[in-house]
Design a protein around this ligand. Structure first.
Ligand SMILES: NC(=O)c1ccc[n+]([C@@H]2O[C@H](COP(=O)([O-])OP(=O)(O)OC[C@H]3O[C@@H](n4cnc5c(N)ncnc54)[C@H](OP(=O)(O)O)[C@@H]3O)[C@@H](O)[C@H]2O)c1
Length: 216
């Protein structure tokens, strides 16, 4: 048993999540951000890669009026515990839980900050194996997981076929091939190997488009 996984993407029209320099806030508009907070509030946990944690220093809390009581557990995939004890996530870990999944023994500085560090088996790439990550999260009673990126983490979940739903917010801008792709390499050589999804809905969300998909 694993949690139900939703991958949320906020991209340009050409599927980029950041400029080449890493600037990503804010590609989509206010309405999409508000929906993003509602999505957070409707999941038990939110997950990002340490790349996003280092680039953006996000809080990952629900900041939508009326939903503040619904704070999901915040999870970071971090093979070598690069998350700083001075990051916003670590500094708020005692107010709202933060879990770091790593392949190493827990770093004392993160543990002292109140972060729960879970050591799991490494996959072939030396990073936390997603099978073990999902089992560990389910073991803590977390039934629904919102994956918020970045591109490398999104690709890892897609490669191991662990994405049940896509929530895709697309802004009417173009960032070009130099922008960072929303999904990293998937090792697709033939169309027959590509992950396929069925569109459930597509609706305007402010100036952006909100598309929802489920796995086939
Ligand atoms: N527009 C948006 O909605 C949005 C959302 C999120 C992020 N972003 C942007 O995306 C950029 C960061 O994306 P990114 O692709 O560089 O980083 P990322 O996907 O956030 O993090 C990747 C890192 O996570 C760690 N990791 C640990 N276990 C992993 C696993 N099983 N699979 C994959 N990664 C694993 C790896 O570092 P270690 O091996 O050292 O652990 C890896 O380098 C930033 O510029 C950020 O602003 C945009």
């Amino acid at each position: 048993m694993r949690p139900r996984v939703t991958l949320k993407l906020a991209t340009s029209l050409d599927g980029r999540i950041a400029t080449a320099s890493g600037e990503s806030q804010w590609i989509t508009g206010e309405a999409a951000r508000a929906e993003g907070h509602r999505l957070r509030a409707s999941h038990d946990a939110i997950l990002i890669g340490v790349g996003t944690a280092l680039a953006d220093d996000p809080l990952l809390t629900v900041r939508q009026p009326g939903l503040e009581h619904r704070q999901p557990v915040r999870v970071v995939l971090d093979s070598r515990q690069r998350l700083s004890p001075g990051s916003k996530l670590a500094l708020t870990a005692r107010e709202s839980p933060v879990i770091v999944l790593t392949v190493q023994l827990p770093a004392p500085a993160l543990v002292r900050a109140g972060v729960e560090v879970i050591q799991v088996h490494a996959g072939r790439d030396g990073r936390p194996s997603l099978t073990h990550v999902l089992t560990a999260l389910r073991g803590r009673g977390l039934i629904s997981l919102l994956v918020e990126g970045g591109g490398e983490v999104a690709a890892s979940f897609l490669r191991c076929d662990a994405v049940d739903r896509l929530e895709w917010f697309r802004a009417p801008i173009l960032l070009g091939a130099e922008g960072r792709p929303c999904v990293g390499t998937l090792a697709v050589e033939e169309l027959g190997q590509a992950r396929r999804f069925r569109r459930l809905a597509a609706e305007p969300c402010g100036d952006d488009l909100w598309e929802r998909y489920e796995r086939l």
